[in-house]
Design a protein around this ligand. Structure first.
Ligand code: NAP
Length: 344
């Protein structure tokens, strides 16, 4: 039973949540999380700087693991990026009825205490779920990581790992639109087909079926790699180092192969950074959020013209959230994993 009053306060009688139940040591398992329903009263007092929201879509990001492990108390709802409708606002930037994307809770209703970190959704003529991926944090990651950090030029060779993921599929399309030669790696035949046939990559390979990653890269890049957009780290990074061209760039976006390891893989081929004068640089998307309007200006018309496509894997219902999130780390997810909480 739930009751929403849109007047001075919002009362929520029933709030389904995904709770962080048991401490995660390395990999995330369903037993670490619990779906339960409790009652919650939400109130965003005038001038409190908070907003009360109804969550619509939640993103399953590798970042959720970080948030869970390092900034979530046991017994609290899992935090993460999502799309929500403002029910009541005590913050001058937002009003009742606004749509926002940003960090919220894995629950039906949340009180967001730092809404200044949220973005107001001004363009709702695209699927709203896109604001968990293509038009949200992963999209900005692909945009900033590729255009700001990689210094790409037309005609360069670009390699992307975890290329069928939320970020990778976009980096590949951005690189193709610039006139680069683009190759991606992914963990299944279906994903490789998607890269070649849906996202327009020039070539792709299934890294799980390659005996020798160095040989696979030499096959795809006989002249070497100008830009490596690294989403995975580990053995792939080590093999790429052997195949970089002179003055190449390696953008360290993520290292998903390492997140759950107690002992991280060693990297053996770093000498190539020196010999090939390669620039290797990490970045964090939030440092680039001031570019969000510029990103939207570039990407929205391309979506509408069908020049950019986006693969999503959408599951319905918070109760299916834990399995969906775990699927991101097992490779089961194809494209951007989204959980629908409510279609309003
Ligand atoms: N720097 C930043 O600010 C920033 C922001 C967002 C994301 N990131 C990072 O960027 C990377 C991509 O993010 P995303 O959201 O697009 O995630 P994603 O690539 O969609 O992540 C899921 C995919 O990662 C692959 N994967 C899982 N375990 C792996 C392993 N052990 N080795 C190799 N691949 C593995 C799987 O694909 P396969 O089937 O292909 O193995 C899985 O489907 C992640 O490392 C993430 O942490 C960084």
């Amino acid at each position: 039973m739930e009751k929403e009053s849109h007047n001075a306060s919002v009362e929520v009688m029933s709030n389904k949540q995904v709770i962080y139940r048991e401490e995660v040591q390395s990999s995330l398992k369903e037993t670490h999380l619990e779906v339960r329903t409790s009652s919650k009263r939400l109130k965003a007092d005038k001038d409190s700087g908070t907003i009360a929201v109804k969550n619509l879509y939640l993103a399953c990001d590798p970042y959720n693991l970080n948030l869970i492990k390092y900034s979530t108390k046991l017994g609290s709802p899992v935090p993460g990026y999502g799309v929500a409708r403002v029910l009541e606002s005590g913050h001058p930037n937002f009003k009742k009825g606004d749509l926002v994307w940003g960090i919220t809770g894995w629950e039906e209703y949340s009180l967001i205490t730092a809404p200044e970190t949220c973005f107001k959704i001004e363009h709702a003529d695209v699927p709203l779920s896109y604001y968990t991926g293509l038009l949200g944090m992963p999209g900005m990651t692909a945009y900033a990581g590729f255009f700001e950090v990689c210094s790409p030029k037309k005609g360069e060779t670009v390699f992307i790992s975890s290329a069928a993921g939320a970020v990778g599929q976009l980096v590949g399309q951005f690189a193709k639109s610039l006139g680069c030669y683009v190759v991606g790696s992914a963990g299944s035949k279906d994903k490789v087909d998607l890269l070649k046939n849906k996202f327009g990559f020039d070539d792709a390979f299934n890294y799980k079926e390659e005996q020798d990653l160095d040989a696979a890269l030499k096959r795809c890049f006989p002249e070497g790699i100008d830009i490596y957009f690294d989403n995975v780290g580990g053995k792939m990074l080590d093999a790429v180092l052997l195949n970089m061209k002179l003055y190449g760039r390696i953008t360290v976006c993520g290292m998903i192969s390492q997140y759950i390891l107690e002992q991280h893989d060693g990297i053996h081929n770093l000498l190539n950074l020196l010999l090939k004068r390669v620039r290797m640089e990490g970045f964090v998307v939030s440092d680039h959020y001031h570019l969000y309007p510029k990103f939207l200006e570039m990407v929205l018309p391309q979506i509408k013209e069908g020049k950019i496509v986006y693969a999503e894997d959408i599951v319905d219902g918070l109760e299916n959230g834990p399995a969906a999130l775990i699927g991101v780390f097992s490779g089961r997810t194809v494209g951007k994993q989204v959980v629908t909480v409510s279609r309003e």
